[in-house]
Design a protein around this ligand. Sequence first.
Ligand SMILES: NC(=O)c1ccc[n+]([C@@H]2O[C@H](COP(=O)([O-])OP(=O)(O)OC[C@H]3O[C@@H](n4cnc5c(N)ncnc54)[C@H](OP(=O)(O)O)[C@@H]3O)[C@@H](O)[C@H]2O)c1
Length: 165
Amino acid sequence: MTELMLPLLEKAAPDARVITVSSGGMYTAPLNKDLQYTSGKFDGVEQYGRNKRVQVALTEKWAEMHKDKGIGFYSMHPGWAETPGVAKSLPAFSKSLSGKLRSSEEGADTVIWLALQPKEKLVSGAFYFDRAEAPKHLKFAGTGGSHAAIDSIVDDLRSLSALSS
Ligand SMILES: NC(=O)c1ccc[n+]([C@@H]2O[C@H](COP(=O)([O-])OP(=O)(O)OC[C@H]3O[C@@H](n4cnc5c(N)ncnc54)[C@H](OP(=O)(O)O)[C@@H]3O)[C@@H](O)[C@H]2O)c1
C-alpha cells in the first residue's frame, strides 16, 4: 500500500512522511523470510513480532531506495497501551497489567510527534520510541545482521500484492 502511494508522496515532497507503527515486540524476532509462517507450528505472538520486524527493516529499505525524493520514512514503538486490540489478542497480559498500561492517546504521542517535527531533526529509516531514536536491535537478541534478507522480502511482498518490481 505504501509503495502504491509513492506518486502521491512525491507530490507532497519535500515534507512527505511515512510513519509505520511497529512494536517493541520486534526486538525478539530476527528478520524472517517465511512471511506466511509455512514452517513450524503457527504462533500468533511470534508472527506478530516477525511482522513488526519486517516493518522496521522495510522502513530502512524505503529510506535508502527513495532517499532523494523528499520523503521521510520512520518506524516506531508506541509503548504498551490499553487498546481493544491488546484486550482481544493478549487477554492475560491486558488483565494482569490493567491500569498500568498507557492510554491510546499516550501511545499515539510519538506518531504525532514524528508527523510534526521539522524533518531536519529526524533520521529517515530510523526507529523511534518516546520522541527519540531507539536501537533496532538489542544486545544478545540475535537479530543484528538479519536485515540483509530485506531485498528478497521486498520481492516476495511485491509478488504477493501483485506489484511489479
Ligand atoms: N497497544 C499496544 O500496546 C501496542 C504496542 C506496540 C505496538 N502496537 C501497534 O499499534 C498499532 C495499533 O494497535 P492497537 O493496539 O491500537 O490495535 P487495535 O485496538 O486493534 O486498533 C487497530 C485499529 O486499526 C484499524 N484497522 C485495522 N485494520 C485496518 C485496515 N485494514 N484499514 C484501516 N484501519 C484498520 C482498526 O479499525 P476498526 O476498529 O475499524 O477495525 C482499529 O482502529 C498496531 O500496529 C500495533 O501493532 C500496539
